[in-house]
Write a protein that binds this ligand. Sequence first.
Ligand code: HEC
Length: 154
Amino acid sequence: MTRRLKFTLGAMAAVVLSTAALASEIAPEAVEFTDDGVVASLTGTPGDPAEGAKVFKNTGLGNCLACHVNADMESDQFHGDVGPPLDGVASRWDEPLLRAIVVNSKVVFTDETVMPGFYSLEVGKGVAENFVGKTILTAQQVEDVVAYLVTLKE
Ligand code: HEC
Protein backbone atom coordinates (compact mmCIF):
# COMPACT_ATOMS: atom_id res chain seq x y z
CA MET A 1 0.00 0.00 0.00
CA THR A 2 2.72 2.46 0.98
CA ARG A 3 4.70 1.55 -2.10
CA ARG A 4 1.69 2.07 -4.25
CA LEU A 5 1.02 5.45 -2.70
CA LYS A 6 4.61 6.52 -3.29
CA PHE A 7 4.34 5.50 -6.89
CA THR A 8 1.13 7.45 -7.33
CA LEU A 9 2.61 10.55 -5.73
CA GLY A 10 5.68 10.24 -7.92
CA ALA A 11 3.54 10.02 -11.03
CA MET A 12 1.52 13.04 -9.93
CA ALA A 13 4.68 15.06 -9.32
CA ALA A 14 5.88 14.17 -12.82
CA VAL A 15 2.62 15.40 -14.32
CA VAL A 16 2.83 18.67 -12.40
CA LEU A 17 6.44 19.17 -13.50
CA SER A 18 5.75 18.61 -17.18
CA THR A 19 2.79 20.99 -17.08
CA ALA A 20 5.02 23.62 -15.47
CA ALA A 21 7.59 23.18 -18.24
CA LEU A 22 4.92 23.68 -20.88
CA ALA A 23 3.53 26.74 -19.13
CA SER A 24 6.84 28.59 -19.51
CA GLU A 25 6.98 27.79 -23.21
CA ILE A 26 6.01 30.49 -25.70
CA ALA A 27 3.25 29.25 -28.02
CA PRO A 28 3.91 29.55 -31.78
CA GLU A 29 1.28 32.25 -32.22
CA ALA A 30 2.65 34.23 -29.25
CA VAL A 31 6.26 34.54 -30.45
CA GLU A 32 7.25 38.21 -30.55
CA PHE A 33 9.27 39.40 -33.54
CA THR A 34 11.17 42.68 -33.22
CA ASP A 35 13.63 44.36 -35.60
CA ASP A 36 16.36 42.54 -33.69
CA GLY A 37 14.67 39.17 -34.20
CA VAL A 38 13.14 36.94 -31.54
CA VAL A 39 14.94 38.14 -28.45
CA ALA A 40 13.44 35.91 -25.76
CA SER A 41 14.23 32.22 -25.50
CA LEU A 42 11.15 30.17 -26.39
CA THR A 43 11.58 28.00 -23.31
CA GLY A 44 13.90 29.72 -20.83
CA THR A 45 16.02 26.55 -20.93
CA PRO A 46 19.38 27.08 -22.67
CA GLY A 47 19.69 25.15 -25.93
CA ASP A 48 22.05 22.20 -26.24
CA PRO A 49 24.25 22.50 -29.36
CA ALA A 50 24.87 18.73 -29.55
CA GLU A 51 21.12 18.05 -29.56
CA GLY A 52 20.72 20.88 -32.08
CA ALA A 53 23.21 19.27 -34.45
CA LYS A 54 21.11 16.07 -34.31
CA VAL A 55 17.90 17.95 -35.08
CA PHE A 56 19.73 19.73 -37.91
CA LYS A 57 20.59 16.42 -39.59
CA ASN A 58 17.43 14.49 -38.76
CA THR A 59 15.38 14.10 -41.92
CA GLY A 60 12.16 13.82 -39.88
CA LEU A 61 12.89 16.97 -37.85
CA GLY A 62 14.92 19.95 -38.99
CA ASN A 63 16.30 18.31 -42.09
CA CYS A 64 18.27 21.52 -42.44
CA LEU A 65 20.99 19.48 -44.12
CA ALA A 66 18.70 18.87 -47.11
CA CYS A 67 19.20 22.52 -48.03
CA HIS A 68 22.25 23.70 -46.10
CA VAL A 69 25.70 22.37 -45.48
CA ASN A 70 28.58 23.59 -43.37
CA ALA A 71 32.16 22.37 -42.93
CA ASP A 72 31.12 20.62 -39.72
CA MET A 73 28.80 18.30 -41.63
CA GLU A 74 30.54 18.09 -45.01
CA SER A 75 31.08 14.36 -44.62
CA ASP A 76 27.38 13.72 -44.03
CA GLN A 77 25.52 12.39 -47.01
CA PHE A 78 22.54 13.89 -48.77
CA HIS A 79 23.24 17.48 -48.05
CA GLY A 80 21.81 20.03 -50.40
CA ASP A 81 22.70 23.47 -51.63
CA VAL A 82 19.27 25.08 -52.02
CA GLY A 83 20.14 27.38 -49.12
CA PRO A 84 23.49 29.04 -48.44
CA PRO A 85 26.24 27.14 -46.58
CA LEU A 86 25.97 28.00 -42.90
CA ASP A 87 29.68 28.33 -42.18
CA GLY A 88 30.21 31.47 -40.14
CA VAL A 89 26.46 32.10 -39.93
CA ALA A 90 26.78 33.27 -36.32
CA SER A 91 29.14 36.01 -37.47
CA ARG A 92 26.51 37.24 -39.93
CA TRP A 93 23.45 37.03 -37.68
CA ASP A 94 23.05 37.54 -33.93
CA GLU A 95 21.30 34.91 -31.87
CA PRO A 96 17.88 36.66 -31.84
CA LEU A 97 17.89 36.81 -35.65
CA LEU A 98 18.99 33.19 -35.95
CA ARG A 99 16.07 32.29 -33.67
CA ALA A 100 13.72 34.36 -35.83
CA ILE A 101 14.95 32.63 -39.02
CA VAL A 102 14.38 29.17 -37.54
CA VAL A 103 11.00 30.08 -35.98
CA ASN A 104 9.61 31.63 -39.14
CA SER A 105 12.02 32.40 -41.96
CA LYS A 106 9.27 34.24 -43.86
CA VAL A 107 9.34 37.07 -41.33
CA VAL A 108 13.06 37.61 -41.91
CA PHE A 109 13.26 36.81 -45.64
CA THR A 110 10.14 36.95 -47.79
CA ASP A 111 6.93 34.97 -48.13
CA GLU A 112 8.52 33.34 -51.14
CA THR A 113 11.33 31.62 -49.31
CA VAL A 114 11.42 27.84 -49.67
CA MET A 115 12.75 27.53 -46.13
CA PRO A 116 9.98 26.23 -43.85
CA GLY A 117 8.98 28.06 -40.68
CA PHE A 118 9.93 25.53 -38.02
CA TYR A 119 7.94 26.98 -35.14
CA SER A 120 5.05 28.52 -36.96
CA LEU A 121 1.56 27.26 -37.64
CA GLU A 122 2.03 28.45 -41.22
CA VAL A 123 4.95 26.22 -42.05
CA GLY A 124 5.25 27.44 -45.62
CA LYS A 125 5.29 26.25 -49.17
CA GLY A 126 5.19 22.60 -50.05
CA VAL A 127 5.51 21.37 -46.49
CA ALA A 128 4.00 17.98 -45.71
CA GLU A 129 0.31 18.11 -44.90
CA ASN A 130 0.75 16.28 -41.63
CA PHE A 131 2.36 19.44 -40.27
CA VAL A 132 -0.73 21.57 -40.87
CA GLY A 133 -1.82 22.97 -37.50
CA LYS A 134 1.40 21.76 -35.88
CA THR A 135 4.92 23.04 -35.68
CA ILE A 136 7.74 21.02 -37.25
CA LEU A 137 10.00 21.49 -34.23
CA THR A 138 9.21 21.85 -30.56
CA ALA A 139 10.22 25.06 -28.80
CA GLN A 140 13.15 23.29 -27.16
CA GLN A 141 14.32 21.80 -30.46
CA VAL A 142 14.37 25.35 -31.88
CA GLU A 143 16.50 26.48 -28.93
CA ASP A 144 18.84 23.51 -29.47
CA VAL A 145 19.22 24.27 -33.20
CA VAL A 146 19.86 27.95 -32.44
CA ALA A 147 22.51 26.93 -29.87
CA TYR A 148 24.14 24.82 -32.59
CA LEU A 149 24.03 27.66 -35.15
CA VAL A 150 25.66 30.00 -32.61
CA THR A 151 28.72 27.68 -32.64
CA LEU A 152 29.18 28.27 -36.41
CA LYS A 153 31.43 31.32 -36.17
CA GLU A 154 34.04 32.42 -38.67
C1 HEC B 1 13.79 23.64 -48.25
C2 HEC B 1 15.11 24.21 -48.04
C3 HEC B 1 15.49 24.69 -46.67
C4 HEC B 1 15.43 24.02 -45.47
C5 HEC B 1 14.87 22.63 -45.19
C6 HEC B 1 16.07 24.88 -44.49
N1 HEC B 1 16.48 26.05 -45.08
FE1 HEC B 1 17.47 27.57 -44.16
N2 HEC B 1 17.45 28.66 -45.91
C7 HEC B 1 16.97 28.20 -47.11
C8 HEC B 1 17.14 29.25 -48.11
C9 HEC B 1 16.76 29.15 -49.60
C10 HEC B 1 17.76 30.34 -47.44
C11 HEC B 1 18.18 31.71 -48.02
C12 HEC B 1 17.07 32.69 -47.77
C13 HEC B 1 16.17 32.76 -48.95
O1 HEC B 1 16.62 33.25 -49.97
O2 HEC B 1 15.04 32.30 -48.87
C14 HEC B 1 17.95 29.92 -46.06
C15 HEC B 1 18.56 30.71 -45.09
C16 HEC B 1 18.92 30.28 -43.83
C17 HEC B 1 19.71 31.03 -42.88
C18 HEC B 1 20.39 32.38 -43.12
C19 HEC B 1 21.70 32.04 -43.79
C20 HEC B 1 22.59 33.18 -44.16
O3 HEC B 1 23.77 32.94 -44.33
O4 HEC B 1 22.09 34.29 -44.32
C21 HEC B 1 19.81 30.26 -41.75
C22 HEC B 1 20.53 30.60 -40.46
C23 HEC B 1 19.08 29.03 -42.00
N3 HEC B 1 18.55 29.08 -43.27
C24 HEC B 1 18.95 28.01 -41.09
C25 HEC B 1 18.22 26.83 -41.31
C26 HEC B 1 18.03 25.82 -40.30
C27 HEC B 1 18.62 25.83 -38.91
C28 HEC B 1 17.23 24.85 -40.87
C29 HEC B 1 16.66 23.62 -40.21
C30 HEC B 1 15.99 23.79 -38.96
C31 HEC B 1 16.97 25.27 -42.24
N4 HEC B 1 17.58 26.48 -42.47
C32 HEC B 1 16.22 24.55 -43.17
C33 HEC B 1 16.42 26.96 -47.36
C34 HEC B 1 16.16 25.97 -46.41
